[in-house]
Design a protein around this ligand. Sequence first.
Ligand code: GLU
Length: 283
Amino acid sequence: MTARTETTRFAPSPSGHLHLGHAFSGLFSELAARQSGGRFLLRIEDIDTTRCRPLFTQEMIEDLTWLGLRWDAPPLAQSTRNEAYRQALDRLSGMGLLYPCFCTRADIKAEIESAAAAPHGPDGPLYPGLCRRLSPGEREDREAANIPYALRLDVQKARNLAGPLSWQDRGKGEMIAQPEIFGDVVLARKDIGTSYHLAVTLDDAFQKITLVTRGEDLFQATHVHRLLQALLELPVPQWHHHGLIEDEQGQRLAKRHGALALRQLRLQGKSAQEVRAMAGWED
Ligand code: GLU
């Protein structure tokens, strides 16, 4: 058997400063590419214009370069890919798999509270399906009234169309895809017209990623990504979800914990090698 040559990517969101967890994740991804004689790419996941800032992108690139990461092509910014996201939504819509969801958070909360049972998924209670059940006339009335809407995937319909799916995970082996655990996920948010799940899936294919490396906090998302790949006839990579770095209190690191930001550590005079070691990385 010949070993695979992998194209990997590190895909941070510029919604704050990078911390030690990002350092580990970026180094992990680059090493996987280098060890296989492949390519390492950087993607800027800046679709969420309510949270991402160009200044964070600039600082992120500076911090990663300082840390020692080297990507093999110019970074891809998701904000340049809106046309591709729109085309994919049109395609899924043409397949009858999407429906507009006019619900506000308050509508969803009220419906869940009044229901006898509220099934939960990895992100909390599942969408109770209010807008899936609207009649064509009710939909038209809402559209005519210019009520903003998101686009949701009818996951049961999509699953039935795609049939059984699985994926190869480097940590956990062969996984059976169960996208229904998230319910009818949003593929286009009201405010930004796309979503994490859609953009990541399309861009991994666009960048010809063969091995998706990311933290195990995103493990469950792969169920949805695998379904979208099947529906959109995209190539299927393998995945490697790595463990997460915790702080002294055993809490997962987050961008809001500024003290462990790479930038901060660098300003305190730490060397890149020291920071790599703090991220659990042996040079
Ligand atoms: N942009 C995501 C994050 O910063 C990572 C996406 C991914 O690796 O799939 O958490």
